[in-house]
Write a protein of this length. Structure first.
Length: 604
């Protein structure tokens, strides 16, 4: 008996760039580390590392080829030492420099809908469209189509890039370095056709899993005349990795940037230090503000820096149109400026995210990120902003992952998403270096969880927001009032303006009510507060783009806001002291709910 089983599949294809080259071994790193500070002979290295002379010599020869090791000319015997380049490479915590050869390769693979198994297209059996299957059935062939319910395999950018890497890279010496988005294709209208003869499936790839084999066998045993076999998807399911992952590292309190002027200087510094790449995500755009930054961006472009400018405003149609028009105007400025053309790419579509992020590389210190409240491409730098500059490569990888989720909706066809995925892969290979601080990227519900944690403060609870809206009570006030109930806890919520249906009279009523419950709810005037943050007790700070007092996290789109949680000794106390210097009224422990007074507008 012969029967045809048709399983729906995705077919993905693209052209990739493969980096081929021998990676450094543990032995190479051990040898370089041993001679990083003191010259040693081959005999000394062999003895101390307990390795054969031949292995030591081969390792040194390769290290010398790439200028990581040199001969020490000061000794009486031939000894070797790390060059200044090699010492910097081994002591900086970065992977040793890698010098691969780039080759191009066309790759195509299929993903079957039933169990999520995937195979190179060359290994797959026949692929037919629904029309061709009907023709097969009309010719008298017994065709049974698998109908999959309850979801299907993940088709996210990350999932497909992982599949692509597994298929395209052949051996440990190869890895995917780029994907040509212009060549990427995705089809979802085909079926993998398997002919089953006397219970044996013909042409099933050897790598097919047992679940798929059992499914084909079961479908073939169905009664004659069966046309459709309904099953529930049984493969791995996509899960959004939104739980904060803490990384131990060193953190300098000066990398919390506060104030408009400080943010402008921070942006200028990042533009100066950018080596080859800079990606900026700003909720809003302003062509006039971009023009003011054009000289600094043009200078970076002259050094070979490539820019991608992203924006996320889509609160309503008017807001989206206004920012879309600004994007068009910025694109015109770039197109007409020879110094910017070809180096600055402005995205025309909104990401839908309220996040404010900068990601760039440096020549010496790896990748750097900045996350916070500043709309880098529209801000006049006059309000009190707050952002965190991140230098630990594993934390920066988490920021890049969040950006990847914002731009990767077009799958492998999105070159920026693919580039970010490769950056993430490379950053996660860096050696972890412990420190006294713990830092995590915060998205989605983790914002609310942290604010609930903050409500358990025993000394200080301080929240700063730009807007006070209809969600203020569940968003921040209730948590502040909970903290204020404990003896000795000073709980404060700052905001600059009311939002949505909430009017000033409503805000004043909330201030009076909060005062009665021990919470200091205050409106800032001059300088205005645009920063979004929470700090509790002495050791915890969260800096984010989420207005806790006027908005809630979106469970369906966790990356609508991105923040950073820092846990470090006295970091909260230091931040509170800096804010008290800007807003002296924070030093008050009570009083009327009148608005806060004025202080100088230029804030460092």
């Amino acid at each position: 008996m012969s029967v045809v089983i048709a399983i729906p599949v995705f077919r993905v294809g693209c052209k990739v760039g493969i980096d081929r080259g021998r990676a450094w071994s543990v032995i190479d790193e051990v040898v370089l580390w041993m001679i990083a500070r003191q010259s040693k002979t081959v005999a000394e290295l062999s003895s101390q590392a307990d390795l054969p002379h031949q292995l030591i010599i081969a390792s040194i020869a390769r290290l010398m080829r790439f200028r990581l090791v040199e001969i020490d000319p000061t000794g009486t015997v031939m000894a070797f030492r790390a060059s200044s380049y090699g010492f910097k490479a081994i002591s900086g915590g970065h992977p040793l420099p890698y010098f691969p050869k780039r080759i191009a390769r066309r790759v195509s693979f299929i993903i079957e809908w039933a169990t999520g198994d995937f195979f190179p297209t060359r290994q797959a059996p026949r692929l037919l469209s629904a029309y061709r299957l009907d023709q097969e059935r009309q010719s008298g062939t017994e065709v049974r189509i698998i109908s999959v319910e309850g979801g299907g395999p993940s088709m996210s950018h990350e999932a497909n890039l992982n599949r692509l890497s597994e298929i395209a890279a052949r051996g440990w010496d190869e890895q995917v370095a780029l994907v040509d988005g212009r060549t990427a294709t995705l089809r979802d209208d085909e079926f993998m056709v398997l002919r089953v003869i006397d219970g044996e499936a013909q042409g099933l790839p050897q790598s097919a899993g047992s679940t798929l084999r059992h499914l084909v066998s079961s479908a073939a045993k169905m009664p004659a005349g069966t046309k459709t076999v309904s099953i529930t998807y049984s493969g791995p399911r996509e899960t959004d990795d939104v739980e904060p992952i803490s990384h131990s590292c060193e953190f300098d309190a000066n990398d919390i940037i506060i104030g408009g002027t400080s943010h402008r200087e921070c942006l200028e510094t990042m533009l100066t230090k950018a080596h080859r790449r800079m990606i900026v995500h700003s909720t809003f755009l302003d062509a006039t503000r971009f023009a003011l930054l054009a000289d600094a961006i043009r200078s970076a472009c002259s050094r070979g820096v490539q820019f991608d400018l992203l924006w996320g405003a889509e609160k309503d149609e008017d807001t989206e149109k206004r920012n879309s028009d600004a994007a068009l105007e910025i694109a015109r400025i770039v197109r007409e400026d020879p110094g910017l053309k070809g180096r600055v790419n402005i995205r025309m579509r909104s990401t839908g995210s309220h996040a404010k992020v900068i990601l760039h590389d440096t020549a010496e210190d790896g990748w750097v990120a900045a996350v916070g409240s500043c709309n880098w491409l529209s801000s006049p730098f006059q309000a009190v902003e707050m952002s965190v500059v991140l230098r630990n490569q594993h934390v920066v990888a988490e920021v890049a992952y969040s950006l990847n989720r914002l731009v990767g909706r077009r799958g492998l066809a999105d070159d920026l998403a693919t580039e970010l995925a490769i950056i993430i892969r490379d950053l996660r290979e860096y050696k972890k270096r412990d420190g006294t601080a713990k830092i995590a990227v915060v998205v989605g519900d983790a914002h609310d969880q942290l604010l609930r944690t903050a409500s358990g403060a025993t000394r200080r609870f301080l929240v700063g927001c730009h807007r006070l809206g209809s969600t203020a009570r569940p968003g921040a006030i209730m948590q502040g009032e909970t903290a204020a109930r404990r003896e000795g806890v000073r709980a404060t919520v700052l905001y600059t303006q009311t939002s949505g249906p909430l009017k000033n009279r409503h805000a004043r009523a909330l201030e009076v009510e909060a005062d009665g419950n021990g919470l200091i709810l205050r409106k800032t005037k001059n300088p205005p507060l645009h920063g979004k943050f929470v700090t509790w007790d002495d050791d915890d700070v969260v800096v984010t783009s989420l207005n806790w007092a006027s908005a809630a996290s979106d469970p369906d789109f966790p990356w609508a806001d991105i923040g950073i949680h820092i846990k470090s000794r006295e970091i909260g106390a230091v931040l509170a002291a800096r804010l008290e210097a800007i807003f002296p009224e924070l030093q008050r422990t009570g009083g009327s709910p009148a608005s806060m007074g004025s202080v100088p507008t230029e804030v460092r």
